[in-house]
Structures are given as C-alpha cells and as structure tokens.
Design a protein. Sequence first.
Length: 265
Amino acid sequence: MDLDKYFADLHGHEERPIVRMPEGWGQGRAVFGGLVAAVMMHAVERRSRDGERVRSILLNFIAPVQPGELDISITCLRQGKSVSFYKVEAGQDGNIAVIMQVTLGLARDEQLQMQALRPHNLTSPESAIVLPYLPGVTPEFTRHFDYRWAEGPMPYTSSREAHIGGWIRFRQSPEAVMPAYLLMLSDAWPPACLSLLSAPTAASSMSWSMDFPQQTTALPGAEWLRYQSRLDYAEEGFASVDDALYAPDGQLLMRSRQVVAVFVK
C-alpha cells in the first residue's frame, strides 16, 4: 500500500473524518492497531497550529477495528498559549473502538536542553536476522514491514529473558517518516513478553502511552530505524512493555509503554 497516498487522501475529512480501514492489514481478528492509531494521530495533526507538533499520546483499545469505514470524532479540550489538548474517538457501527488523548505543543524554553539516552549498539541491519512474512503463521500486517532481529529471544521460546533489539522499515518506502508512521513502526513488533511463553497465543494491547522528543520531518522513508524493547513486568495475564524507536544516528524519536493482555490457554 502506498502510505503517502493513503494518508494524503485523509486530508479531505476535516471536521468529522470517516476513513476506510484497508484489507490486508489484519492483526488477529482486528486491523493492525498501529495503523488505526496513526490515522487518528494524523487527523489531529491536521488541526495543529504553525510550529505545533504532537508531544504525547494516551490511547486505549476498547474493541477490535474491522476493515471498512471508521468514524473519527475530534474534540479540542483546551488550546492554551503553547499547548493544546485533544480527545479523539474512533468507532464503527455506533460503537467506540478506540479512545485517544493527544497533547500538542509549541517549542518553549530553549535553555532546557539535555540529550536523551542513546541506544546501545546493535548488529547492523545487514548482519541481523531477516524475519520473513509467513502466511498463516505471522500476522497479516507484518508483510508491509521489513524486519531485522538483532538481539533478544524469539517469541514462544520459553526464555527467561524478555527483551528485543532490531531494525525496521516499511517494505514500500514512503517519501519521509512522518510522526504518524512512527506509531506503525513501533507497534509492528511482537510484545517482548511473548518470549516467556512456549506456544503461540493471542495477545492484545489495552493501553498505549507515547511521547515524541524529536522532529522527524527530514528522515528519509527508506532509512532503517532502531527498535529496542523490554518487559517491565508480567502478572495475572497482563504485561507491561517499554520500547523506544531511534533514528539511525541514535536520536530518540519515540518512547512508549503498552499494557498487553495475554490470553494463555
């Protein structure tokens, strides 16, 4: 799918966007959550003021989103001098499926400067393990991504460790990596907690919080981005996973935390 064209076509729906979630992006019984979140974030970005950009997102997946029309409702909760707050709801057939809170902000005090922590070194993409798309085995949406697994145990290996390090990019490269695309690239990886299990099982993100410390407008779409993730805890069928996405030079682009429900049989 041509992502740039797909997102460009969303521009005509300003007040109450109705977008069509495409076929071919399945994740279990739902559309890939990273794509749904990216569409919602992009709809809010269209309302940003000059110089204002997304700083943080809080999101809850309430029900599976199916291919077809997705109704998006955007409410501005408050617009201050340098910060704006929005609530975004996405639903189908009159039922809410996803709720998102978005904070946008203008640049503020230039004296507050400290470089984010850099990622530790990884094997180069050329030397890392290629993760192929296997129809009927790997989720349908993964065919749109190019993965290189550089460190950490694979899912369903009964490991005592739960961390991931690797590289990722889109198989069909967009012109540039805009902020909404970061949600897709980060969410495309399996939750790190799955390495603790011995057999495939269903897992679903319930909540997702994200922050975006770096601008991404100049990042070419074909670049490999670094991904690193670790399990924070797992208990009573729920797991908390922290992850980060970095530019090739090590600049932090996105940091997030997900609470995942794991349906162990």
